[in-house]
Design a protein around this ligand. Sequence first.
Ligand code: PEP
Length: 251
Amino acid sequence: MRKPLIAGNWKMYKNATEGAKLARSLKRSLRDVKDREIVIAPPFATLPAVSRAIAGGNIGLAAQNMHHQDEGAFTGEVSADMLLSVGVGYVIIGHSERRQYFGETNKGCLEKITKALGSGLVPIYCIGETLGERKRGRTFAVVEKQIREGLAGLSRTDAKGVVIAYEPIWAIGTGKTATPQIAQEVHARIRGIIKELFGAGVARAVRILYGGSVKPGNVDTLMAEKDIDGALVGGASLDAKSFSRIVKYVS
Ligand code: PEP
């Protein structure tokens, strides 16, 4: 059985004081949740404060990005080792906002995923199509390319350790959620591609999260789909009550 994973991407919201407050509140309200993996991804500068706030609880810490090199003259970048040193266990890679505004590519994502896996960080690899691509019937082709290039050459063991987040770009921050049927269709296809590349065992084990305007009001039906193993939540993760309700989905 794949353990469901619910991750909150705080993007560039909340300073250290606000982030620690939200994290303490989540720690309290989610302390009894045992059958789900819970992760929050605050901005880099607030990771130490949030890490202290969730210490000893059941919430994991993610970064929103990282550099693939160990160290060097890469102004403004952060390494895997730096993340580990402040208690980070997961890293979001290739979020559509990073692809759109910072020119991230599938090849660059592969370098980061490889580094994350080698360092003991769990990569959460984001893929998804634009509205134009969906309208042109290109959804499957786009996600297939993102998977083939972003996971190229990984061993089966490494591939098993990757979490994939399917986030249709037209659903991110827009309030337009994919219907459970649309999401399930793409998730099943993603699992099929993983099976082709890495075999049935890896395909069965890999967790595929859905992301794109997940809210307390739609999480239950999304999570009822058989290939949806969790959610990557943006806006609704910034409020303790709504993120807690999403984590405690009923399906
Ligand atoms: C995201 O940032 O990954 C996301 C899915 O955002 P939202 O939930 O706000 O659409």
